[in-house]
Design a protein around this ligand. Structure first.
Ligand code: UD1
Length: 417
């Protein structure tokens, strides 16, 4: 198990180019199962969530190549419909493989998935939607057995705009007979990207980005080459790091519109934002002022995936601020670690109150989940002295060599093996 060693205190200055979004690439890889042709996905980072998804595809019979950030998937020989237990446990998004496997093979078996341990994460919205589409779903001993022999288009209303459920249903509908209408759909940019990918394969999906998505099932989809959207969460993490540590951090290849709620809040903390073309910079020259309050929300609200990083910003800002976490109930586990570094934070239920301190101190801390882990790296880069972060395997799920990203900006971060 590796650890990160961080010597804090440097200002951050520099530019980093972001690659494709993990949360766009994962459903797109799942959707490749909808065709027997070859698909090429470009600009993909080497992160473990993606290598785990590729392993799952291989066990289903896909031929996969991942070279120079391009993934080629050849699904001509896919003949299995079971996602193995051990791999599914590594990756929560494995659950949305149900949609495309059902679309293609009309039956599927998937173990209850794993992923970040950040709350109960039930699957009721997925299951309800799949049942509306005529799919028989039986749960037994932690496995889901699905019979898609009567799969058909349907009207579905989601109880909550779940990202994964929206994606699952879009993929199940792509090859289903008839029209599917998903109401109260998630509006995240990754959903629009999945729509664009399915359409690039010859599908008929529209409405993504709004709360109603319509999918007209087609008989066959074909292969394509596709470049997914840039990772707004990696970009946001680095921009927040700039705000916390001071200096000028530029991310290249990001889409400003996708980061609007973060940039709004950074601006309120008195950071200056400069964006030109596909470059966004955060310039921070003085101690930031605390936000009064922000709440995590489905897109286009503030993303839960940037909440922990923003908490670090608030922990060192002047004044007191409040965070309400509305999406995942246990995303405050970083608080205990930040307190070890001298932060003043109290938590009750879904609300954290953060009293900004002038300085954090280096400490030995543990990453408990992916985004919380990245937030601890920001805290270590800001703190006085040395910080070690263990649990780096969580961070590696979504950041391609986080030590390199931070070193490029002038932080001192080393991986200890
Ligand atoms: C996706 C992202 C994750 C992000 C999250 C919210 C991927 C691979 N992951 O996760 O990084 O943090 O969106 O933006 O894209 N829920 C239910 N029942 C369900 C499904 C979800 O109650 O059947 C609840 C969840 O417990 C959670 C909320 O709905 O409280 C949001 O979950 P969802 O939008 O489904 O997130 P994921 O797709 O798992």
């Amino acid at each position: 198990m590796s650890r990160l060693l961080i010597k804090g205190g440097n200002e951050l200055n520099g530019e980093v180019t972001v690659k494709a979004a993990k949360n766009a690439v994962l459903p797109i890889l799942a959707a490749t199962l909808l065709t027997e042709d070859k698909c090429e996905i470009e600009n993909v980072p080497h992160i473990t969530d993606i290598s785990n998804m590729l392993k799952i595809l291989e066990t289903l019979g896909s031929k996969v190549r991942f070279e120079d950030n391009v993934i080629t998937v050849d699904n001509a020989n896919v003949n299995k419909h079971n996602v193995p237990n051990d791999l599914a446990k590594e990756l929560r998004s494995s659950f949305f493989l149900l949609g495309p496997i059902l679309g293609r093979m009309h039956r599927a078996v998937v173990a209850y998935p794993g992923g970040c341990d950040i709350g109960v994460r039930p699957l009721d919205i997925h299951i309800k939607g799949l049942r509306e589409m005529g799919i028989g779903v039986e749960e037994s001993h932690g496995m889901m057995y699905c019979d898609g022999s009567r799969l058909k288009g349907a009207n579905v209303l989601l109880d909550f705009p779940s990202v994964g459920a929206t994606e699952n249903l879009m993929m199940a509908a792509a090859l289903a007979k008839g029209k599917t209408r998903i109401a109260n759909a998630a509006k995240e940019p990754e959903i629009t990207d999945l729509q664009n990918f399915i359409n690039a394969m010859g599908g008929k999906v529209n409405g993504a980005g709004s709360s109603i998505i319509e999918v007209e099932g087609v008989q066959k989809l074909h292969g394509c080459t596709y470049r997914p959207i840039p990772d707004r969460i990696v970009a946001g993490t680095l921009l927040i790091a700039g705000g916390v540590c001071g200096g000028k951090v530029t991310v290249k290849g990001a889409v400003r519109e996708h980061l609007e709620p973060l940039l709004f809040n950074l601006n309120k903390c008195t950071c200056f934002i400069d964006s030109r073309g596909d470059k966004i910079s955060v310039i921070s020259q003085a101690r930031p002022r605390n936000l009064d309050k922000f709440e995590t929300q489905p897109y286009p609200g503030f993303p839960t995936d940037l909440q922990s990083q923003m908490m670090v910003m608030m922990a060192v800002s002047e004044g007191t601020g409040v965070i309400v976490e509305n999406i995942f109930e246990t995303r405050f586990r970083i608080v205990r670690e930040l307190i070890k570094m001298g932060a003043k934070i109290t938590v009750k239920d879904r609300t954290a109150v953060i009293r900004g301190v002038k300085a954090l101190e280096g400490a030995a801390v543990s990453a408990m989940d992916l985004r919380g882990g990245a937030a601890l790296v920001i805290a270590g880069a800001k703190a006085e002295g040395y910080t070690t972060v263990d649990g780096v395997e969580h961070i590696d799920r979504g950041y391609e060599s986080i030590e390199t990203l931070f070193t490029l900006l002038g932080a001192e971060v080393k991986r200890l093996r």
